[in-house]
Write a protein that binds this ligand. Sequence first.
Ligand code: NAI
Ligand code: AKG
Length: 468
Amino acid sequence: MVPAELPPSSPRSPKRMQEDWLEGIEHPGLRRVLETVKERDPAQPEFLAAVKEVAASIQPVFERRPELLPVFAQLCEPERQIIFRVPWIDDAGQMQINRGFRVQFSSAIGPYKGGLRFRQGVNLSIIKFLGFEQVFKNALTTLPMGGGKGGSDFDPKGKSEAELQRFCQSFMTELYRHIGDETDVPAGDIGVGTREIGYLFGQYKRLTGVYGGVLTGKGLEWGGSRLRPEATGYGAVFFAKELLEDEGDTLVGKRCLVSGSGNVAQHCAQKLMDEGALVLGMSDSRGYIFERDGLTREQLAQISAIKESHSGQLEQYRSPTAVFVQGRRVWEVDGPIDAAFPCATQHELDLEDAQQLVQHGCKFVFEGANMPCTPRAVRCFEEHGVVFSPAKAVNAGGVAVSGLEMTQDRLGMQWSEEEVDAKLRAIMHSIYRTCKETAEEYHTTLAAAANIAGFLRVAEAQRAQGAV
Ligand SMILES: NC(=O)C1=CN([C@@H]2O[C@H](COP(=O)(O)OP(=O)(O)OC[C@H]3O[C@@H](n4cnc5c(N)ncnc54)[C@H](O)[C@@H]3O)[C@@H](O)[C@H]2O)C=CC1
Ligand SMILES: O=C(O)CCC(=O)C(=O)O
């Protein structure tokens, strides 16, 4: 197994841990906010990492706008956290129990909006980190969406279709009372695609009698938007294209690595090929494949077919020119690399991976997944002049098209592929420009700028609404 979560920490004294936690935070008021966040939830490493990253980069805002500090403290605490039991009967007739989550983080700029993740190991810390990130990402899209996230520790791998359906129905039997098209609109994430959204939507309709836009990522025949499945991966490439064009460059001929092989990775790889780039490697949690001359469209179609089932493994991939490397990460691919697109999961790219990419000449990193790079990997990129583009900006195309799906549901109409494509490109263009201009204004990195711009939009709205 490739270690995908946080790097192991060595034993440290409580004082040392507190110093580490506050390292790089100069603002006294912000230090107090972070102390409180950690005291409240000391055992939530993913959530704490996300808060720290945002806090460190928005410090300059508080020098100009001290009145926004209490608003940041407010945004670090979710408005509501729901944890529930999900009982379901497996094919052997045995009862199974999973845990369900929905964290409604912020409704300052619109209904809570964010995906559902079904994956072994999902816990409150992971859902809170994703919900927290979603708040600022959704703000960057400029669409009226608050932030939330949910999911379950249910592992879809190896489950039959009937088991999947029973699980989704049981999950929605509790969730339905907490969501609604004007209050909280979930969508997919890891382990949740159109099929699962279908089972969840069907059960919601059965329980409430309402046919509406309570979920996004729906099928085209039942209220979905064109290009929603493609939007996250396509959006990541549109962002990359904007950035390269700004530097007088293009994606044509660029040698790229894409990690993962699910929804985001497949569509990112496909759009990279459309733009004339070469996709040399893709991966899953068991290893990676390397195609020296770049994947062909047929080979990518083979990967999509393998991954259609939750149990499909990349090692089933067959090609006379490919190498499958078991138990290793795709970042070690030997040979020149121009750009990396981590599109699998959190903290899948650590310092050693970053060093290998730097050694192989990588100049650009675009985060397709949520928080795939560890802080020390990001530092390594910055130290070596690799242009690092953060998840909040790069992968915002998915939730942006979810926002467009909400609008289409409200209007009772469906836009053409050309219309959605044009809107998605315009949103990614605007996100890139916002990050670039904010980076110039604050003399900072694109990653910090994404946090600042997202925070400012939510904070103004939250401040206007007071202590709610
Ligand atoms: N689906 C969406 O619209 C959006 C997804 N994201 C993020 O993108 C990432 C991927 O999500 P999806 O593609 O939707 O999920 P998915 O379930 O379709 O695919 C996940 C893929 O990652 C692979 N994987 C898991 N752990 C891995 C590891 N340690 N190394 C390499 N591969 C690994 C799995 O085998 C699977 O192929 C997640 O971080 C998710 O939060 C972000 C924005 C929107
Ligand atoms: O489409 C959505 O509502 C959520 C997408 C998502 O979960 C994400 O951006 O991480």
